[in-house]
Write a protein that binds this ligand. Sequence first.
Ligand SMILES: NC(=O)c1ccc[n+]([C@@H]2O[C@H](COP(=O)([O-])OP(=O)(O)OC[C@H]3O[C@@H](n4cnc5c(N)ncnc54)[C@H](OP(=O)(O)O)[C@@H]3O)[C@@H](O)[C@H]2O)c1
Length: 296
Amino acid sequence: MSIENDKLNIGFIGAGKVGRALGGALHNKGYQVSAVCSRTKQSASFMAALIPGCHVFENSSQVASTCDLVFVTTPDGVILDVAETTSWTSGQMVVHTSGADSREILEAAASAGALTGVFHPLATISSTGNVANPFDGITVTIEAEFPLLQTLENLSHALGAQTLRLRQEDRALYHASAVFVSNYVCALADIACGLWEEMGFDRKQAEKALLPLLQGAVHNIKTAGLPDCLTGPISRGDTGTLVKHIDALEKLCDPLSSTYRTLGMHTVDIAMKKGSITTEQAHDITSILIKQENQK
Ligand SMILES: NC(=O)c1ccc[n+]([C@@H]2O[C@H](COP(=O)([O-])OP(=O)(O)OC[C@H]3O[C@@H](n4cnc5c(N)ncnc54)[C@H](OP(=O)(O)O)[C@@H]3O)[C@@H](O)[C@H]2O)c1
């Protein structure tokens, strides 16, 4: 089978957010997205209707039989089952888009002689689909064997994404890093909104008030970068304020004060790197954070 990009027949197993976005973006860049199947025919038909020349198939083996490159864009927990129940062809390319799993999960396809890989868009791709090309400007991490590696890098560049090669052994750390900046930011926003509820405000008021602060923090990371973007009591060496925060959180909820202290310890490191506190101040702040922890 040909692996020249402009001649590839590309298929999708899974017509959800990533399948629709990637299929649509590749089509818009001149690639031939010709086949899709999904758990339900409704999803597959919806995706096919967005992409001229894309045909709906009943099952994954039918998609595999007509395509050179097949993206498995199902939920993570289904990829192994798809790999094991699909009839693959030797020389075919089979790629999943999960950040959590390495290409080992496609072992069944590799055993059938397929080239396997991972193409992970480091972005949140939503169901609204209102971004013309959500891959433009993002980073796509790729793990694949040659020559599939080159093929996927070409696709990624065509979409306007930066491409990075990821080693299999680094995948867990890589995915954890994404959880920190994405999911855990949601968790932190939720904690902050919860404190507003404790003060008698409702969630909507809290979100409206806190969102500009969150956007400002992201903007500062983007413009000033780490560690210079850091502001707040630890950056100023303001120990009195920290004691008040921890006391108030201790009274409210034990795990919250623990979270505050843990993040505080890391924030001390950032402030040191920024040079906004001295070693002595860092020691004082750390003592407060640890002391409060030991007093529990
Ligand atoms: N969304 C993101 O922000 C994002 C970003 C990077 C990577 N990813 C990765 O991309 C992959 C897809 O994520 P997603 O967000 O697109 O998920 P999603 O919106 O839930 O879509 C998954 C699709 O897979 C289909 N499906 C489920 N079981 C199937 C099966 N056995 N055979 C065929 N199709 C099946 C579903 O079909 P029906 O609709 O017919 O039920 C659904 O359309 C995941 O590995 C995810 O980790 C997601």
